[in-house]
Design a protein around this ligand. Sequence first.
Ligand SMILES: Cc1cc2nc3c(=O)[nH]c(=O)nc-3n(C[C@H](O)[C@H](O)[C@H](O)COP(=O)(O)OP(=O)(O)OC[C@H]3O[C@@H](n4cnc5c(N)ncnc54)[C@H](O)[C@@H]3O)c2cc1C
Length: 387
Amino acid sequence: MDFDLTHEQQMIYEYGNSLAKKFDRKYWMDCAEKREFPTAMYQQVADDGFLGLMVSEQYGGAGLGMVETALFSEGLANNGIPLLSLIVGSTMSMGPLEKFGTEAQKQRYLRDACAGKIRFCFAITEPGAGTNTIEATTIAKEKNGKFYLNGQKVFITDANDSDYGLVVSRTTPHTQVKRKTDGFTLFIVNMKDKNIAKQYIPVSAVIPETQWLLFFDNVELGPEDVLGEVGKGFDILFHSLNPERILAAAIGVGLGRYALNRAVEYAKERRVFNNVPIGAYQGLQHPLAAGKTEIEMAGLMTRKAAWVYDQGRPAGEFSNMAKYYAAEAGCRAVDAALQCFGGNGFTKEYGIFDIYPFLRLLKTAPINREMILNYIGEHVMGLPRAY
Ligand SMILES: Cc1cc2nc3c(=O)[nH]c(=O)nc-3n(C[C@H](O)[C@H](O)[C@H](O)COP(=O)(O)OP(=O)(O)OC[C@H]3O[C@@H](n4cnc5c(N)ncnc54)[C@H](O)[C@@H]3O)c2cc1C
């Protein structure tokens, strides 16, 4: 067993440290407060070759794996830069495009996506069905060799600025399929299509990527817009879920670590009572130490999940555990950090409270904690299903 990173992996992990010299936490927060996509940083990441880490070199990527992608995301988040668009954009879209796309689709989209020239969003959640994707009602009906997409999607990150979206749609209603996962088709949709209306959803969590409610009104699509096979979209969806969870975990680990590092720095300096640094008080020190332990444990599970995924083995168990624990540990870490800062923790200047919403979001999105625990309970432990 070897826990060491290779030289290349170490460089990828540390990339965030150099990126943060130009695009730091303050830059991310400025974008977040303006609800403005961090375009300059995203382009820099693309120019440095990190957007398509998992995409093959022949399509403009680096040809590396999930381990490297997770290390890269964790490294950014270590510096207080949790790039949500990496999950919904690069990983959720480029991965399936390369694995299931036709040669023409790969040529058309991947190189530009790796270069940061086009962006993708990923649309699965619906206002009605919510977590229960099976009962999604967005439907694309076929007529004379074309498909006509109708329905709604909600909370679609970056939908307004994205060029394309991978839209999970039914081509057969759930009431008419043999197996409930049949009848789904993934479409590559031009997000600028005039038949898509977008409604901005103000979200209290301060993040740069905006969320949108989408209305599809007879959006015309051709066979060239189908990703994979008609009716077999759920297989593609399954393929992208573990990477999504691993990346969410990696970001949670990095951001939790960032909060702890900020707290340690502060707690070594700040003195109240008897000229003793507050970090010596065990009431503060122990929650920080527990937070550190939990974050590093979540980090280990994240790396294991990524490694198992790269081996081509079933990674659901470890990906779900990593995602669950990273979100929990991240929230506890930022809470411990916040306590160290006293009143300063709540100020804009110190920005510690501002770390919390993103970590808390990870308990709900991209997949909620309860569905993660359902997976572990049912699929890992063999417990019966209640829903
Ligand atoms: C900032 C943000 C960004 C997002 N980005 C995207 C995106 O880009 N694309 C996209 O498709 N979606 C996106 N989402 C949607 C997100 O994935 C969903 O909000 C999330 O999966 C929960 O679905 P829901 O909101 O419909 O909650 P509901 O399905 O209404 O569930 C509410 C709560 O009920 C509980 N629950 C539900 N079912 C069960 C069950 N079987 N067992 C136990 N408990 C259960 C869970 O705690 C859940 O949080 C985003 C959401 C947010 C807030």
